[in-house]
Every structure is written in structure tokens, then in C-alpha cells.
Ligand binder design. Structure first.
Ligand SMILES: Nc1ncnc2c1ncn2[C@@H]1O[C@H](COP(=O)(O)OP(=O)(O)OP(=O)(O)O)[C@@H](O)[C@H]1O
Length: 461
């Protein structure tokens, strides 16, 4: 399949690595390890400074399924939208258009649950549905090497099971090789044969997964002594007067699109400090519910929804509402395409803007820097946001939401794309906020180890 010897590029070094046809590999790397460079190398986008052997498959035979690729497609879809005839209702590229025309009856489509969405637009898909589509497209196009970054992130339990079956099928029946780029040890499937790690851009082949030495090397790789306590800033601990019983209350809530009811008859209320967990299958409407609360979903006006004491649609200002909310969602990450510095992205959270358009005070920059330090990004404050890895961008958006210590924190799959070290660091901050602050958390996740027992309400959609 490929052989690489003594490859050197400033962002990637590989001494000796070969992969045979129909083999499965996991490459573990942290968020700043350079694991995305592996995909760039294999697709021919990372020309080496020096190399001894570089025997790669045809780039047309390789598919990369990553958050980065999903972002590119999304941006392309937005461009199409901008050039569309505005009178025409258009959902951009349809799901079926991503798949080979002669494979639209392939049983794999039903297996991953996309059969009913073939005529939906890509932009209408939930994040999990979008991931499944790219993977399915690659398989049906007969790609010979699939490179999947954190493929189990954003998938529900059943979809993870199906994805595992799908992977086993492509390796055994379709003679395809699989490379999983992972940041969490708990994501490695038992069937995966070989393990490699990447650290500071240097790739090391470790060996067979089910081998004691491999497990020992992995433990060493993930073992960091960086377990220092994280203290919440003063702002989070200040007492605040909140005059209403509920932060929000939705009565008989419903969201419907042309021929689809996402949910109906939904009654939900959240009181201050009633930390709430929301779970449900892919496409069950978790993000839609959050969008109703944040106002991203315009059907908030046709619902009986009261937010911070304002009945939605009664002339309240969205900025007044937003001032009380800190929001991190996959949608926000997709939309955050303004290319400022990391520091400016964090500061933009104080103004609820995408991009920073206001003069900031010194104390605000000091505060933003303190937050960057808490997530280990203080050395990168001048880096451009879109030059950071997906996981680093996600960390930046998390601290952007935290910086104003809002009344309500709306956190939708926030640990998507984070390596296990950063994920635990963020969960530690979340636990501190639950315990020691005046903020209330609304938290969506698919991960079992994020179903913390500190949530006082669990909504299952
Ligand atoms: N504008 C739209 N038009 C039509 N259907 C839509 C639109 N927006 C979302 N949907 C559909 O509504 C359903 C719910 O989507 P939502 O993103 O809320 O799911 P979710 O529970 O957050 O899923 P996931 O766990 O995959 O993130 C999905 O099937 C999605 O395809």
C-alpha cells in the first residue's frame, strides 16, 4: 500500500513506515502532535524537504474523513449558497450527490441510517450524519485507503457499533486499508491491528495492538504529570441576583421542517444551577433544541419559550439574551471562519461576535490570557485561528464561551476532536463550574465517560 523511509519535513518526520493492503492502523497523537500532517503527506499535499523512499498510492485512491475536511465541504456549500438564485429554495449539494449514482441502492446506505436523508442538503445534516456520509461516500467510491480522524466522535452508541461493523467489512470484503487518527485510547477498536504514535511531528511505529509492550508504550505516551489543579477565575464565583424561577422554559415545544418533525410536545425547563445533560441518537434533535434556545433556529418565535424572563417574540433583544449565554457548538465552530489571532477569538466572546471588532481593555486581555494558560495555549496567543489544529480551535472556542462567566453555558459536544488529555482538562473545568460557580450548564454528549453524576437533570431525546 505504501512505504516511507527517512521522510523529513519541518512538521513531520518518519524513519520507516510501511502499510500493506487491507490492514488496519491506529495513529495516536495529541492535539498539537501534527497528526493532520500524516493525511497531508499521504494525499501528496506535504512535499518533503528530504526523503529516501516515498512510495505512495495514487491520491485518488485515498479518502480523508476529518473535521478539517468536513469544514472545507461546509465552506464550499456556503459559497454555493452565496451564488445561488435567492428566489430558488436550495439546500446546496444533496446527500445523494455525494454518492456514486449507480450505488444509491447499496445496503450500506441503510445500514448507516442515511437512506431517508438522500434528498436532504449537506448543510441540513447533523454533525454525526455528516461524518457518516463522508465515510460512506469514500467506501462506495471504492477508495483503497481510508484515513479517519476521530471517527467515533459525534456518533451515538448504536452508530459506533455500526461503524465498527462497517470498518471490519471494508477491510475484509473490500480489500481496503484503514488508518484511524485518534486522540483517545478508549476509542481504539479491538480489531485494529497496528499502533503508531506521533509526538511533536515525529512518527514512531509501536507494533501490534494486543501486545504488552505496545500497551506499556501507549501508557507512557499518554502519561503526563500535568495534573495541576485548575482554579476558576473570580468572575465565576461572584454572587449574582437572578430574579426569575427559570433560566428557560419550553412548553409543548416543536420544530418541524417541510416533511420532517424533529420533535414535538417537548416540555423542558431549567432553573439556576440545575445542570442539565441532554443525550439522544444522532439526528434526534439535540442541537435543534439548543438552537431554539440560542435563537439560531428561527422557530423559537413560534414556540412557547421563555428565556431569562423574556417570552421569545415579545420584542426582546437577542444581544440582551446572548449576553447571558456562553455557547460552544459544532455549528459555531463551522461558522467561526474570521481569521483573527487566537487571543482575539477568545476576546470576541466578551461581545458575542464572530471576530473582534471592539477595542478591548487591558484587564480583558489579561483575563483572556489567564484562560489560555488554563488550557495550555498561552504560547500561541498570536497564532492565527485557522492555522491551529481542529482540537486547538475547539479549546479556543471553549474559553471564548467561558471568558464572560455567563449565567447559562450551552455546550454541545464540546470535546469533539480533543485528545484525552485536553478532554479531561475541559471536564475538570466543567466540574469546577458546576460545583463552585453561579453558572448553569446545558451539556450534550455521546461519550459514556462524560455522563457525569454531577448533572441534576437528564433529558433524553
Ligand atoms: N434546516 C433543516 N431542514 C431540514 N432538516 C433539518 C434541518 N436542520 C436539521 N435538520 C434535521 O433535523 C434532525 C435533527 O438534527 P440535530 O442536528 O438537531 O440532531 P442531533 O441530535 O444534534 O444530532 P447529532 O448527535 O448527530 O449532532 C436531523 O435529522 C437533521 O438532518
Amino acid at each position: 500500500m505504501f512505504t516511507i523511509k527517512n521522510y523529513y519535513h519541518p512538521s513531520l518526520m518518519i524513519e520507516n513506515w510501511s502499510i500493506e493492503q487491507a490492514k488496519s492502523w491506529c495513529v495516536f497523537g495529541t492535539n498539537d502532535s501534527g497528526r493532520q500532517s500524516i493525511a497531508h503527506l499521504l494525499t501528496g499535499e506535504l512535499a518533503p524537504s528530504t526523503v529516501e523512499t516515498l512510495d505512495l498510492p495514487n491520491s485518488n485512491d485515498i479518502a480523508v474523513i476529518s473535521f478539517e475536511e468536513q469544514q472545507k465541504i461546509y465552506e464550499h456549500e456556503l459559497k454555493i449558497e452565496a451564488t445561488d438564485d435567492i428566489n430558488q429554495q436550495d439546500f446546496g449539494t444533496l446527500v445523494c450527490e455525494f454518492l456514486p449514482a449507480d450505488k444509491l441502492n447499496d445496503p450500506l446506505i441503510k445500514m448507516v441510517g442515511l437512506d431517508k436523508l438522500l434528498h436532504s442538503g449537506y448543510r441540513q445534516l447533523s454533525s454525526g450524519e455528516g461524518r457518516k456520509l463522508l465515510l460512506l461516500a469514500a467506501i462506495l467510491q471504492g477508495k483503497k485507503l481510508l484515513i479517519c480522524e476521530d471517527p467515533f466522535d459525534s456518533l451515538d452508541k448504536e452508530s459506533c457499533y455500526i461503524l465498527n461493523q462497517l470498518f471490519i467489512n471494508v477491510i475484509n470484503e473490500r480489500n481496503t486499508s484503514l488508518m484511524l487518527l485518534l486522540g483517545n485510547r478508549s476509542d481504539v477498536p479491538a480489531w485494529c491491528e497496528k499502533i503508531a504514535i506521533i509526538k511533536h511531528g515525529e512518527l514512531s511505529v509501536i507494533g501490534d495492538q494486543h501486545n504488552n509492550t505496545t500497551q506499556q508504550r501507549l501508557n507512557e505516551f499518554f502519561n503526563t504529570d500535568n495534573d495541576e489543579p485548575i482554579e476558576l477565575p473570580e468572575e465565576f464565583r461572584k454572587d449574582r441576583l437572578y430574579p426569575h424561577e427559570y433560566l428557560f422554559k419550553l412548553v409543548n415545544g416543536a420544530v418541524r421542517y417541510q416533511n420532517k418533525t424533529v420533535f414535538e410536545g417537548l416540555n423542558i425547563s431549567v432553573k439556576p444551577k440545575q445542570h442539565t445533560l441532554i443525550t439522544g441518537k444522532n439526528g434526534s434533535g439535540k442541537s435543534t433544541l439548543l438552537n431554539l434556545i440560542t435563537g439560531e433556529c428561527t422557530q423559537c418565535y413560534s414556540n412557547d419559550l421563555t428565556l431569562f424572563g423574556f417570552k421569545r417574540g415579545s420584542g426582546e433583544s437577542i444581544w440582551e439574551l446572548k449576553a447571558n449565554m456562553g455557547i460552544v457548538t459544532p455549528e459555531l465552530h463551522r461558522q467561526y471562519r474570521i481569521n483573527g489571532t487566537l487571543l482575539s477569538v477568545v476576546l470576541s466572546g466578551l461581545f458575542d461576535s464572530i471576530g473582534l471588532y471592539q477595542q478591548t481593555e487591558n484587564y480583558q486581555a489579561v483575563y483572556a490570557r489567564q484562560w489560555l494558560k488554563k488550557v495550555g495555549l498561552d504560547q500561541k496567543e498570536k497564532a492565527l485561528f485557522n492555522e491551529l489544529s481542529f482540537g486547538e480551535q475547539r479549546l479556543a472556542l471553549i474559553v471564548r464561551a467561558l471568558i464572560k462567566a455567563p449565567l447559562l453555558l450551552i455546550l454541545d459536544e464540546i470535546t469533539q476532536g480533543l485528545d484525552e488529555f485536553n478532554r479531561h482538562r475541559i471536564l475538570k473545568i466543567i466540574k469546577m463550574i458546576m460545583k463552585d460557580s453561579q453558572s448553569t450548564i446545558l451539556f450534550v454528549t455521546h461519550r459514556q465517560d462524560e455522563l457525569l453524576d454531577t448533572f441534576s437533570q437528564h433529558i433524553r431525546l
